[in-house]
Design a protein. Structure first.
Length: 408
């Protein structure tokens, strides 16, 4: 009978009582049974929830004697508890996990509802990393080993890849993402995988491969009506074109992304894309268009209260002003950007902005420029940023050489 309880990832007394009705002990009610196991080392508490301890669960699973119909009845009872339960009472009436895509996928697959389970596994992979994704990935591995879901399913490959990707294990994630990206199916998981793979190829300057992956990602996004994804992928494709100095293609892709983000009311995405477009215009010395795009980006950032974005964009606009020898305007913006970053305690952002401010001042005031470089270096060292340290040291060495040449 304990084997039936071990099927659940976690239990509450309310849900455990439903399982007990399926596998009762003769002559003992649930309350008496629950009281007895409460004093054993068989279960462990999880705040208001509880579960069979891991070692016992493993042993019970290895020698399960429950009839398959009983196992299915327990899984069905757990799904019913999820559908009938009140999410506001999660944790003390119904276990939290039953309200997650992970829990719904696990119990659906056990009942032979494979396609439904795969949809839940896929849903659990989307969004920021949380315990639901980790749990879903573990459930998927167990059910693949048990033959309850296909071992090569796109949905669960994508899920495991995204768990690794979002926990910083990119090198482990990328082979799985490439397997998903190579699928001929027009699914959202494939589109996202293609986007990530394209970003990796672009980073390694494999531009032909990256372009093909971006375009296929966009095509699938359009087929599956994921406009938000299409807007993101167009932005990434535009960034790659700009890096290659394919400016006409980049501009067109940026503008497609901007139009879609406007229709979606994706204001933060719109601010980001305007910033990227402005950077490209500045690179081309199309300063009037760049200034207008930077200012649109800043205005949106202020509207949505995204102070960090405002600081970053003011930094970029200030650097462009300095390039145009509009030094007073540049100084004002650098100072304002630094003020925001200090309030946010963004030491990395402060270090980058100080370096840019020093470059903007340059040989017009070498002593002040060097103070900014030195403070930037100190901050990079304080936050242990090896790339920042290397860049600032190279900047200082180059600046000193230029100063020496002028003195000579």
């Amino acid at each position: 009978m304990l084997q039936a309880f071990a099927i659940a990832e976690a239990l509450t007394d309310h849900v455990a009582a439903r399982i007990y009705e399926i596998v009762p002990l003769e002559g003992m009610g649930f309350a008496e049974f629950r009281g007895a196991i409460g004093y054993s080392n068989i279960i462990e508490p999880r705040n208001s929830e509880w579960n069979v301890v891991s070692a016992v669960r493993t042993e019970l699973s290895a020698r399960s004697s429950l009839a398959s119909e009983t196992v299915k009845a327990v899984h069905a009872a757990l799904l019913s508890a999820a559908s009938e339960g009140d999410p506001k009472k999660a944790g003390w009436e119904t276990p939290h996990y039953l309200f997650t895509d992970a829990g719904l996928a696990f119990h659906s697959a056990a009942l032979g509802k494979t396609e439904e389970a795969l949809r839940y596994y896929s849903k659990s992979a989307i969004g920021g990393y949380d315990g639901n994704q980790w749990l879903a990935a573990n459930f998927a591995v167990r059910q693949e080993a048990a033959g309850l879901i296909p071992s090569d399913a796109i949905e669960t490959l994508f899920l495991r890849a995204m768990v690794w990707f979002r926990t910083g294990r990119r090198q482990a994630a990328l082979p799985l993402l490439r397997r998903v990206a190579n699928s001929e199916r027009s699914q959202h998981e494939v589109a996202i995988s293609l986007h990530i793979v394209a970003n990796d190829d672009a980073r390694r300057r494999l531009y032909k491969e990256a372009e093909a992956a971006y375009k296929r990602s966009i095509e699938i996004g359009r087929k599956t009506n994921h406009a938000y994804h299409v807007a993101q992928a167009e932005h990434s494709l535009a960034n790659m074109y700009a890096k290659q100095e394919r400016f006409n293609e980049a501009e067109a892709a940026y503008k497609r992304s901007i139009a879609m983000r406007g229709e979606l009311n994706d204001l933060f995405g719109l601010a980001q894309t305007e910033h990227s477009l402005a950077n490209m215009y500045a690179k081309q010395e199309r300063f009037n268009e760049a200034e207008a795009a930077y200012k649109r980006s800043i205005e949106i950032g202020r509207k949505i209260g995204h102070a960090h974005h405002v600081a970053q964009t003011e930094h970029s606009l200030a650097s462009m002003y300095a390039k145009q020898e509009r030094y007073e305007e540049a100084e004002t913006l650098f100072e304002h950007s630094l003020g925001i970053l200090r309030v946010l305690d963004d030491k990395n952002g402060i270090a980058q902005t100080l370096r840019s401010r020093g470059l903007a001042i340059g040989l017009r005031d070498p002593a002040r420029a060097m103070r900014y470089f030195t403070e930037s270096l100190r901050l990079n060292e304080a936050i242990r940023n090896p790339l920042g340290i290397r860049i600032v040291r190279q900047t200082i060495a180059r600046f000193r050489r230029q100063s020496d040449e002028i003195e000579e």
